[in-house]
Design a protein around this ligand. Structure first.
Ligand SMILES: [Zn+2]
Length: 370
């Protein structure tokens, strides 16, 4: 979720990371399982780096024990690949696929899914966007932050847009997988520690943040139940059917349209998902993904490191179809010693490995533990 803002917000915490330098205890009880762990890093790319510079980076990451990189190549506007319909930032992905082959690093295309901040779509397809319970659409009235322009999972044009982008990526030879981020609706309730950041108090579901009440969603729900969620429900937030309808809207899009074109091309379909999935209408325990990356950013929930383990245990148990679950760790909020502890807790709790958010936040002290 709001990764850019989070980094900014949590930057004060992150600045203290290096001060807690500790010696990594190499003889932990988790050494055996460590050998089988898969280790990932999320990378937000900088523009203008040469192929040689990327090769040095991926090579260093490989030497540090990282198996796969998730590179953000589409963040709701421009593409870092030669897209046939989106504005191209730089054809970085094609370069990284080649560098990945040479360095033995798995390369996954990390893309934002539901937000669309491309001016062309804002201008020409206002019907694509989700509408809140106050009837305000997200392209003109985004919640929390300006880029929260989410599209509606039930709009046929949205499905076409998303599958076109995914099919293009799935056709890239040598790419290992597609990592879907932001597959959800806007947060009806944001994480506790972030509410003061956005100057909101959300002790219940407020209409301003509650989606989607577009004509199509209302019509589909009316066909299913006979009720219009906007006119016939006394308290939409209390209607189990209406809540489930939103979960199912996202899940149908994911399982029916987004995952198949990835897997049909022999690539891994993975997703970055929320621990508090109800708040973003993201019932990912029902999804047919090849792997899941819950963002276990404990500090956003005012939680301790033990919470990471508790979340993993319940999330792995909840999955309809077993799949590897990688513990997504928020490095700016972790000292080197805490990162080691978070990794140990994750392994003990059944994680298949971990993913570090993000590349730029990793200090030398953090790497020592790997
Ligand atoms: Zn809708």
């Amino acid at each position: 979720m709001y990764r850019r803002s989070f980094i900014k917000t949590m930057g004060i915490v992150g600045a203290g990371i290096a001060s807690g330098a500790t010696t990594f205890l190499s003889c932990t009880g988790s050494d055996v399982s460590n050998a089988k762990l898969k280790k990932w890093v999320w990378i937000v790319p900088e523009s203008g780096l040469s192929e040689g510079e990327w090769e040095i980076r991926l090579d260093k990451l490989k030497q540090k024990g990282i198996d796969a990189v998730l590179v953000q190549v589409y963040a709701s506007h421009t593409a870092w690949y030669e897209s046939d319909f989106l504005p191209v930032q730089e054809p970085l992905l094609e370069t990284l696929i080649e560098v990945g082959k040479r360095t033995g690093m798995e390369v996954h295309a990390w893309i934002w899914t539901m937000p669309n901040n491309n001016p062309y779509y804002i201008e020409n397809h206002p019907d694509y966007y989700v509408v809140n319970r106050l009837r305000k659409p997200a392209h003109t009235h985004p919640a929390y932050v300006g880029y929260y322009r989410f599209m509606c999972p039930n709009q046929p044009g949205v499905k076409d847009f998303l599958t076109r982008n995914i099919r293009f990526l799935a056709n890239l030879g040598g790419l290992d997988g597609i990592h879907l981020d932001y597959i959800r609706m806007p947060d009806v309730i944001i994480a506790e520690a972030l509410q003061p950041v956005y100057n909101v108090v959300q002790d219940k579901e407020y209409p301003e943040f509650d989606y989607c009440y577009c004509e199509r969603c209302r019509q589909l729900f009316r066909e299913k139940t006979g009720a219009d969620p906007l006119k016939d429900l006394d308290d939409p937030a209390a209607s189990k059917e209406w809540v489930q309808f939103r979960y199912d809207s996202v899940s149908s899009l994911v399982n029916g349209s987004l995952i198949p074109p990835i897997q049909q091309k022999g690539k891994q379909a993975t997703a970055a998902v929320f621990p508090n999935w109800e708040s973003v209408r993201q019932q990912w325990s029902k999804w047919n993904m090849d792997a899941f990356f819950p963002m276990l950013y404990h500090n956003f929930y005012n939680a301790s490191l033990d919470w990471i383990g508790e979340q993993l245990i319940s999330q792995i148990r909840a999955l309809d179809k077993p799949a590897p679950v990688y513990s997504g760790l928020f490095v700016p909020a972790l000292t080197a010693e805490e990162l080691r502890e978070a990794v140990d807790i994750s392994i003990r709790s059944g994680a298949a490995g971990y993913a570090l958010f993000s590349y730029r936040s990793m200090e030398e002290d953090h790497w020592k533990l790997l």
